[in-house]
Design a binder for this molecule. Structure first.
Ligand code: E4P
Length: 214
């Protein structure tokens, strides 16, 4: 499973790039707004930090408008992936963009049906949202089950669309993504920091430090 970082914060991306484990970046309008900067400027800077797929989201609307913005964004860098919301207009836009060889990431996916439609349209990536589904259903396994089901449906037909486990809130989501066979997990910076921690690792290091001092 590849690991992407889910942020538009350049300092976080810069630090994470030094870890040597990050293969791509996902952003969304909320993450861009948090930075208080223009999406084009932020995305351009991200392309200088990470050499891998970088998702830039277009504003939801009519297919024609999303396609126009997508062509503009795609011109920025060959690593740009156009993130498109899961609507019928979005599916229309993905169908056109995929025929032009433009990579797409269909976002806000909450069902196998939606994932099937994204794949049919030729999406490069589909992003099922684990955290938001868990919250909405009050079931901490709902996101996990969705990923498992999409994996099964895609494998039944050898579908090439890659599954990005998104809306990851804690390390367990990242583990569930791996167990369900997601191709990618896109993970916030703070969750990466939690993933490296384990109380027994800390305890073991403490024991070794004390031993070295003897
Ligand atoms: C990434 O592609 C998604 O936009 C992001 O993971 C959503 O996360 P959230 O549900 O925590 O906002």
């Amino acid at each position: 499973m590849k690991l992407f970082i889910d942020t538009a914060n350049l300092a976080e991306i810069k630090t994470a790039s030094t870890w040597g484990i990050i293969s791509g970046v996902t952003t969304n309008p909320s993450l861009i707004a948090k930075e208080g900067r223009n999406i084009v400027d932020v995305i351009k800077e991200i392309t200088t930090l990470i050499d891998g797929p970088i998702s830039a989201e277009v504003q939801e609307g009519l297919a024609e408008a999303m396609i126009e913005t997508a062509f503009d964004y795609a011109k920025m860098h060959s690593n740009i992936v156009i993130k498109i919301p899961m609507t019928m207009e979005g599916i229309k836009a993905v169908s056109v963009l995929s025929k032009h060889g433009i990579k797409t990431n269909v976002t806000l996916c909450f069902s196998v049906s939606q994932a099937m439609m994204a794949a049919k349209a030729g999406a490069t990536f589909v992003s099922p949202f684990m955290g938001r589904l868990d919250d909405a259903t009050n079931n901490p396994e709902a996101g996990y089950e969705l990923l498992q089901d999409i994996r099964l449906a895609y494998d039944n037909y050898h579908i090439q669309t890659e599954i990005i486990a998104a809306s990851i809130r804690h390390p367990l989501h990242a583990e569930q993504a791996a167990l369900a066979g997601a191709d990618i997990a896109t993970i916030p910076y703070k969750v990466f920091l939690q993933m490296i921690e384990h109380p027994l690792t800390a305890k073991g290091l403490d024991i070794f430090r004390k031993a070295e001092k003897q």
